[in-house]
Design a protein around this ligand. Sequence first.
Ligand SMILES: Cc1cc2nc3c(=O)[nH]c(=O)nc-3n(C[C@H](O)[C@H](O)[C@H](O)COP(=O)(O)O)c2cc1C
Length: 206
Amino acid sequence: MSPTRPYVLVLYYSRSGATRTLAEQVAAGVEEIAGVDARLRTVPPVSTTCEAVAPDIPSEGAVYATLEDLRQCDGLALGSPTRFGNMAAPLKYFLDGTSELWLNGALIDKPATAFTSTASLHGGQEATLLTMLIPMLHQGMVYAGVPYSESGLVNTSSGGTPYGTSHVAGERSDRSVDDIERTLARAQGRRLARLAMALRPLREEK
Ligand SMILES: Cc1cc2nc3c(=O)[nH]c(=O)nc-3n(C[C@H](O)[C@H](O)[C@H](O)COP(=O)(O)O)c2cc1C
């Protein structure tokens, strides 16, 4: 059983800020549910230069995630910019370091979801979200997307998919998260938080 208040880990990577904005909205949705907190964390960039070392604390934004943040969470929202239809390497690098959690079944029966940002409308959001789901399934997590009871899914002309929320940032990353994208991100956070609380007793049975 977790020694802290129940929390959803909102774990993201963002270089130019779009995925971070979406992460903040998902976290705000989580916080709307009584009894559960949102814990915003990021991961450091990876470098092709072997000697490059990032400071322990980033100069701005969320602090870096630890394995403990992930081990103790009651749910996980994973956010990444789309890179060639897949998650960004820094996030994948972090996930590749979670073998110990997998060996111990630490994430089994915890709900998870994903969100992404692209430059272009048809630039691979859904492919990214679906590929982000794969490591979570290997960890035994229960994937939750965004249901069509959210009217934004049919009304959007920008981001928003049933596989997870998304944002179209534009070629110059200058397009703000719009109302529908924000509403969907918040709904996704709320749903994940509710599921996190609902699945807690199931995990405590073990
Ligand atoms: C290496 C690389 C690959 C990318 N691949 C795609 C892509 O496949 N489709 C797309 O629409 N945008 C692509 N982009 C653009 C980013 O997904 C987009 O700018 C995103 O909003 C960045 O999110 P951030 O502001 O959180 O860093 C790519 C960017 C980089 C640097």
